[in-house]
Write a protein that binds this ligand. Structure first.
Ligand code: DGL
Length: 263
């Protein structure tokens, strides 16, 4: 393994990574609580979706990207992708024990705290649903709740093309969720693309079902990790710059990134 040196510089950017555009839902939470930080968002749309690939493929792609972020001089990394987190975060922590690195994971804990005996649906990619990491999370925090994992292949693709409010999306959502109508207390969005189709989920399940996602918790955790290492910029200093890059080099991706960031 080549030796890559970590940067310890307050003014360096924080890298935010997803298989595509979904991680923008996490980036937004980060900007809200750390507006003075520079952020570098990288989406790997050319290789998306990750959720239907093999564990080894996702692990090696994620490690390669994180290596690149460190070489570029990023001071911390957020894996804003539940799928990449479940495949690679443990290995990355072993490789870079001093790097502030946070991986998003499904917000099972807060959902169970709110509905200790509730029926809670976890929507995520097939890989996240079938990984050990989710089983451990449910064993650790599921308590007396009935936690129901649901793989949603194909759902992220709607967001990747900016289709967040169309008859096709609504039809897809009805087919996916119809059997749960009237049965649930809460839904955990275990994929960072899904907050962008939250309205379509609510339309099928009804507004009484509470929706949880891990974006805010992840933003708070990277802030805490950077703080501990004294790597945060002073509050109230200049407004941070947001840079966007995608492995799929198309103007549409940049436009869509901006649209989702504003949503
Ligand atoms: N946004 C990703 C997640 O949070 C995965 C989407 C995909 O590439 O399948 O799991």
């Amino acid at each position: 393994m080549e030796d890559i040196e970590l940067i310890r510089e307050k003014n360096a950017p924080i890298a935010v990574f997803d298989s595509g555009l979904g991680g923008v839902s996490v980036l937004k939470e980060m900007i809200k609580i750390m507006p003075e930080e520079d952020m570098y968002y990288f989406g790997d749309s050319a290789n998306a979706p990750y959720g239907t690939k093999s564990l080894e493929e996702v692990r090696s792609m994620t490690i390669k990207h994180v290596d690149d972020f460190i070489k570029m001089g990023c001071k911390g990394v957020v894996i804003a992708c539940n799928t990449a987190t479940s495949a690679a975060v443990r290995t990355l922590r072993e490789m870079y024990p001093d790097l502030p690195i946070v991986g998003i994971e499904p917000a099972v804990k807060p959902a169970v705290e709110a509905y200790p005996k509730g029926n809670i649906l976890v929507m995520a990619t097939p890989m996240t649903i079938h990984q050990e990491k989710l089983k451990h999370l449910i064993d650790a925090y599921g308590g007396d709740a009935n936690v129901i994992p649901l793989a949603c292949p194909g759902l992220m693709d709607f967001v990747e093309v900016g289709n967040v409010n169309s008859p096709e999306l609504k039809g897809f959502m009805r087919d996916l969720l119809y059997q749960y109508v009237g049965q649930l207390d809460a839904v955990v969005l275990g994929c960072t693309h899904y907050p962008f189709v939250k309205d379509a989920i609510i339309e099928v399940l009804g507004p009484e079902v509470e929706i949880f996602d891990g974006g805010y918790g992840t933003a708070k955790e990277i802030r805490r990790r950077l703080q501990v290492q004294n790597l945060l910029r002073e509050k109230g200093t200049k407004k941070g710059e947001i840079t966007f890059e995608n492995s799929e080099k198309s103007p549409q991706k940049i436009e869509l990134f901006q649209k989702l960031l504003k949503m």
